[in-house]
Design a protein around this ligand. Structure first.
Ligand SMILES: Cc1ncc(C[n+]2csc(CCOP(=O)(O)OP(=O)(O)O)c2C)c(N)n1
Ligand SMILES: [Mg+2]
Length: 674
């Protein structure tokens, strides 16, 4: 039986060889964390390589995702479906070993990491998910939800501000099953961190309310084992295990230096490392005894099948709960959802008075949320403005036994962590998160929105106060570029509804969409409801549709608008029709959904050779793809290509030229240019 260092050396050699072969990648971190990984993955992690999606597995997050070869080595060695040929193809097109770990590509990768600090926040979300599910589904004698979330992180993750946001909240929520390993190697890309990172990390985490285990020798497996035991023993606090390590450990001339961080070691140093470690196998060959010692399939099968047996017993005692748990973890909406959503949309269309779409959003939540226990709402300290709570929702708090219960998370003023934590909740399974802040502050969370889109997560981001229409708070709060800039993120649906019915449809679309996240851009100000036929009500789901056609004959102009500007377009249409100009209004609440419709639909809504005017209280460039080039003259955009001002909303719309008269004027000019 090889000793623990020899087993860890398998990770070191695989990592340096794969990086060398690709001539690209990061050998230093895998070589430095190899002993910690050996301890966790061979002795503590509850997982089954043959069943990577088993619901009660431990979650493992590599927040310092540049060390991806560490994770790929572990997955390969413990017996996941990741053959050696994939390690040989590290970082190559369509391999299962992309440069950074990617969710959905490699079995066993729980989240996409690489943007430093975010994996840690994802892990907080996973631990929160575990705690909430345990509170909801466990029954005396039936702990069917009972797993840990483990995270590896480096100096970079701790320097990132999001680590403060996420870990501060994790301490407050007392997420005792979250256990993090800090790779304290004193090195980041630019060299020794003493020039830029001198925090007292243990004190920092103690201040957050974490258990901190300082000064662990990260190359001493037994010491790491003891730290893990202490971490698990403290169920009331998350734990940070600070491990002193040597980056690139094993490379005799380069270890301990930033040279090992993100470049191949070079043939000479690779050979020297082999010699120093006494590793005689060829690249990508693992000695049989080492392979056998790593193989975790038998242990994993015991763990997962014993859980399945316990789940059977649970299902016998609590059949309804068991069915509900299975539904939730499968991500299936309850059977009554379709009917409830249809009723909510009908009810919204039936309202006669003006509502802010943020309020319409809450109305929809009030209708749908009580029968959607998977919803976890929250806000970044703006609940009274973004309305992501609903009648009967409850703030997540520990009960008398310390069990977290509730379905609304008060994230505090932590927008980025809120988005990344909810990504973790979505990844964990069992939840559909929906959280809010002001649209302008979506920029704070932006990279987490991008990661949600990249991973294809069902996560709903409710952004309100979507334009100059918020009024007096002024340009710091008035979104100008955010709606269009969010539309640029692939696989992110951005809905900017014009009234209650469109808001309800946006909700239905977001909740039924299983391939990616959805953003709402909602108004602070009241918006009058638009009349619709039953057919039109159904057409909202197509993302863009004819809200009001020309009174007679072929329209001379098409006015395309979103959100609060739809009513203006309708008023302009009335002016034009009174002058005998046939005008159509297209409401376009979600451009990506519209763009995904078939050509026939798109051409029916936006016929060729009819001049178009787009109206949106935001930057104009995005709309050029629908109205044509600016120098052409046959299409115009009424937008806002500067920052707003502080004044009442009505004053601002007039000041910036958002009037029916101005739209009618643009319509006349594009008609005459056509
Ligand atoms: C948000 C973000 N910023 C920058 C980078 C680029 N980057 C990758 S690794 C790294 C240094 C990380 O240092 P550390 O966590 O100490 O890693 P080590 O060198 O110890 O492996 C940087 C700046 C990144 N991946 N993500
Ligand atoms: Mg480091």
């Amino acid at each position: 039986m090889p000793n623990r260092t020899e087993l860890a050396n398998a990770i070191r050699v695989l990592s340096m060889d794969a990086v060398q072969k690709a001539n690209s990648g990061h050998p230093g971190m895998p070589m430095g964390m190899a002993d910690i990984a050996e301890s966790l993955w061979r002795h503590h992690l509850k997982h089954d390589p043959s069943d990577p999606r088993w619901p009660d597995r431990d979650r493992f997050v590599l927040s310092n995702g540049h060390g991806s070869m560490l994770l790929y080595s572990l997955l390969h060695l413990t017996g996941y479906d990741l053959p050696m040929s994939e390690l040989v193809a590290f970082r190559q097109l369509h391999s299962k070993t992309p440069g950074h770990p990617e969710y959905g590509i490699t079995a066993g990768v729980e989240t996409t990491t690489g943007p430093l600090g975010q994996g840690l926040a994802n892990a907080v979300g996973m631990a929160l998910g575990e705690a909430l599910l345990a509170g909801e589904f466990n029954r005396p004698g039936h702990a069917i939800v009972d797993h840990h979330t483990w995270v590896f992180l480096g100096d970079g993750c701790l320097m990132e501000g999001i680590s403060h946001e996420a870990c501060s909240l994790a301490g407050t929520l007392k997420l005792g099953k979250l256990i993090a390993f800090y790779d304290d190697n004193g090195i980041s890309i630019d060299g020794k961190v003493t020039g830029w990172f001198t925090d007292d990390t243990p004190k920092r985490f103690e201040a957050y309310g974490w258990q901190v285990i300082p000064a662990v020798d990260g190359h001493d497996g037994a010491a790491v084992d003891r730290a893990i035991a202490a971490a698990k023993a403290d169920a009331g606090r998350p734990t940070l295990i600070c491990c002193r390590t040597v980056i690139g450990k094993g490379a005799p001339n380069k270890q301990g230096t930033a040279d090992t961080h993100g470049a191949a070691l070079g043939d000479k140093e690779v050979a020297a490392t082999r010699a120093a470690l006494g590793w005689t196998s060829e690249p990508f060959e693992i000695p049989e005894d080492v392979r056998a010692a790593w193989d975790s399939r038998a242990r994993g099968a015991v763990a997962s099948s014993s859980w399945r047996e316990r789940f059977q017993a649970y299902a016998g005692a609590h059949p309804e709960l068991a069915a509900e748990y299975t539904r939730r973890m499968d991500g299936r909406l309850p059977s009554g959802f379709e009917a409830a959503a249809a009723a909510a949309i009908e009810a919204a269309q039936g309202k006669a008075d003006a509502f802010a779409t943020r309020k319409a959003s809450q109305n929809t939540l009030n209708a749908l949320a009580p029968s959607l226990p998977e919803l976890v709402g929250g806000s970044a300290d703006l609940m009274g403005s973004v309305f992501t709570d609903w009648a009967g929702s409850r703030v997540v708090l520990p009960d008398g036994n310390g069990t977290l219960r509730g379905n609304i998370v008060n994230f505090g003023v932590r927008e980025f962590a809120m988005a990344a934590i909810t990504n973790g909740l979505a990844l964990h399974g069992g939840f559909i998160p929906e959280t809010g802040t002001f649209l302008t502050f979506s920029d704070y969370s932006r990279n987490a929105l991008r990661m949600a889109a990249l991973m294809g997560l069902r996560n709903v981001f409710v952004f309100t106060h979507d334009s100059i229409g918020l009024g007096e708070d002024g340009p710091t709060h008035q979104s100008v570029e955010q709606v269009s800039s969010l539309r640029l993120i692939p696989n992110l649906d951005v809905w900017r509804p014009c009234d209650g019915a469109e808001t309800a449809v946006a909700w239905k679309s977001a909740l039924t969409r299983t391939s990616g996240p959805t953003v709402f851009a909602l108004s602070r100000q009241g918006l009058a409801p638009q009349p619709r036929t039953a057919a039109q009500l159904g057409e909202i789901a197509k993302g863009g549709y004819v809200l009001a056609d020309a009174d007679a004959g072929r329209p001379a102009v098409v006015l395309i608008a979103t959100g609060s500007e739809v009513a203006l377009a309708m008023a302009a249409r009335a002016l034009l029709q009174a002058e005998g100009i046939a005008a159509r209004v297209v409401s376009m609440p979600c451009t990506s959904v519209f763009d995904a419709q078939d050509a026939a639909w798109r051409a029916a809504v936006l016929p060729r050779n009819i001049p178009r005017v787009a109206i949106e209280a935001g930057v104009s460039d995005f709309w050029r793809k629908y109205v044509g080039a600016a120098d052409d003259g046959r299409g115009a955009v009424l937008g806002l290509d500067r920052f707003g001002e502080s004044a009442p909303a009505g004053v601002l719309f007039k000041h910036f030229g958002f009037t029916a008269e101005a739209i009618a004027g643009l319509a006349r000019s594009v008609i005459s240019a056509a």
